[in-house]
Design a protein around this ligand. Structure first.
Ligand SMILES: NC(=O)c1ccc[n+]([C@@H]2O[C@H](COP(=O)([O-])OP(=O)(O)OC[C@H]3O[C@@H](n4cnc5c(N)ncnc54)[C@H](O)[C@@H]3O)[C@@H](O)[C@H]2O)c1
Length: 452
């Protein structure tokens, strides 16, 4: 049967390579759409968990994994051998940076190398990993054409479809987030769109893989630059004695032409701090220097140091020093309601404070443990009134919604809030990143935050 026919009748076998935050939800959605799915991951631990019906991605419920595996329509392997029967292969492996801040594309090349070894004709390959424009042509199409002699758009099909998953987002997930897809030839786009239309609600075809690759980089560069703008504004407002959060909330009432972004202790995760660097790196090969991207990286990257300076000044105002201070951090995940600490600014702040001699503990309901750079295994402490009261300073690094900040504010002797989690809570012991509370908000001290 033709590939097109197999996709239409949902008899095609779909494979997903790399079952992490992106690949696992996609694989589950493919099974739910009626396809048989082969999941491949190099991690034996992850494959073992999935085979036992367990999920390790917070947004994917255990029941979904268990049902898909029990149905016999989701098979798992650490070997690429089963891919010889795949009709489509979606690649969702990591694309981090090297220590030198250059793109580390080695996971993609390793996956492509393995795929080429087992690839049969009439297969669709979709790269989902975020990467620089040109990757699909240079690392996938070129490799298959030169090693196997297959003709693009006839013997095999290559598309790029950026993953837009937003972990922890209660409204948007893989199925209802519109999916952009671009193929190397129009026929590639047609075949790729056909498959994804059966899996997600909305598919937006674009004219090439390069356009699709650039779409993702535009989206994330847009976020990085706008976050940098409000971060810089927050430093300015702090100096001017203006509450930047109030400014942003008021500006956000404009019904057109403005979209709110919020300051914070820095940017984290596998996307915003990394993806723009992929673009600026590639741009340099065209002798083009992306000043906005470099500036945004610089501003955002310095936020953890700014936060540490703020904490130091606060302790100083209480005749205390960072050295020897007992500091409790609330939240270490890179953003609210998730369990991911990759590139989390909270970890950098933790290390900076530790290097200055502070005793740092943390509470994060989603991150029970993490390993610090000294090789220590750290465990989340219990969040108790006593623990808060004993701290010289409590810092809100990540504003998980399950924490009662009114209660925290009632027990912490000194509170530094890098996320405006204490919005509407008053007290002279509460300090915000980027400025003071509004006069009406400030009111008078501890009694205002008494927990009832
Ligand atoms: N996490 C997000 O929110 C997000 C959002 C949009 C796009 N992305 C992009 O999607 C890609 C994947 O990100 P992620 O967050 O899912 O990463 P992840 O680390 O959670 O998952 C990647 C998986 O790939 C596996 N893997 C590594 N090398 C492999 C190989 N050669 N063969 C098979 N499996 C291999 C790893 O074991 C891991 O399970 C990245 O390019 C990222 O930038 C991520």
């Amino acid at each position: 049967m033709e590939l097109e026919e197999k996709i239409k009748t949902r008899t095609a076998v779909a494979a997903v390579v790399g079952l992490g935050y992106v690949g696992l939800p996609l694989a589950i959605e493919m099974v739910k759409s009626g396809y048989r799915v082969i999941g491949i991951d190099v991690s034996q631990a992850k494959i073992g968990k999935l085979m036992a019906g367990e999920s390790y991605v917070k947004d994917v419920p255990h029941e979904d994994v268990a049902q898909c595996v029990e149905s016999g329509r989701f098979t798992l392997s650490t070997s690429y051998a089963p891919l010889h029967e795949a009709d489509s292969i979606s690649i969702c492996v990591p694309t981090p940076l090297r220590k030198t801040k250059d793109p580390d594309i080695s996971y993609v090349t390793a996956a492509v190398d393995e795929v080429v070894n087992v690839l049969t004709k009439n297969t669709l390959i979709v790269l989902e990993s975020t990467t620089y424009p040109g990757t699909s042509e240079e690392l996938i199409e070129h490799e298959i054409r030169t090693r196997l002699g297959y003709r693009i758009g006839e013997d095999f099909f290559v598309c790029f479809s950026p993953e837009r998953v937003d972990p922890g987002n209660p409204s948007y997930h893989t199925k209802n987030t519109p999916k952009v897809i671009g193929g190397i030839t129009p026929r590639c786009t047609e075949i790729g769109s056909m498959l994804y239309r059966n899996i997600v609600d909305t598919v937006i075809p674009v004219s090439s893989t390069r356009v699709a690759e650039m779409v993702k980089l535009l989206e994330n560069t847009f976020r990085s630059v706008n976050i940098a703008l409000v971060n810089e504004l927050s430093l300015m407002c702090e100096r001017m004695g203006i509450n930047v959060w109030e400014v942003i909330d008021a500006a956000a009432t404009k019904p057109f032409g403005y979209m709110p972004f919020y300051p914070g202790p820095g940017i984290g995760g596998h996307c915003i701090p990394l993806d723009p660097v992929y673009l600026s790196w590639k741009a340099k090969t065209y002798d083009f220097y992306t000043r906005f991207i470099e500036l945004a990286s610089d501003v955002n990257g310095n936020m953890p140091r700014f936060v540490v300076q703020e904490i130091s000044d606060l302790l100083n105002s209480r005749k205390k020093s960072v050295n020897g201070a007992n500091i409790m951090m609330l939240g270490v995940a890179y953003k609210r309601d998730i369990d991911d600490v990759r590139e989390s600014p909270a970890l950098e702040i933790y290390h900076l404070l530790r290097d200055k001699g502070a005793e740092v503990t943390y509470y994060d309901p989603y991150v029970p443990r993490f390993a610090d750079k000294y090789g220590n295994d750290l465990h989340s402490v219990d969040l108790s009134a006593g623990a808060l009261a004993q701290a010289d300073l409590v810092m809100i690094a990540t504003d998980h919604r399950c924490i009662d900040y009114r209660w925290v504010a009632a027990h912490a002797p000194l509170l530094f809030d890098a996320r405006n989690a204490t919005k509407g809570i008053c007290g002279d012991h509460i300090y915000l990143l980027g400025g003071q509370r509004a006069a009406g908000d400030r009111m008078q001290g501890r009694a205002e935050v008494a927990y009832v």
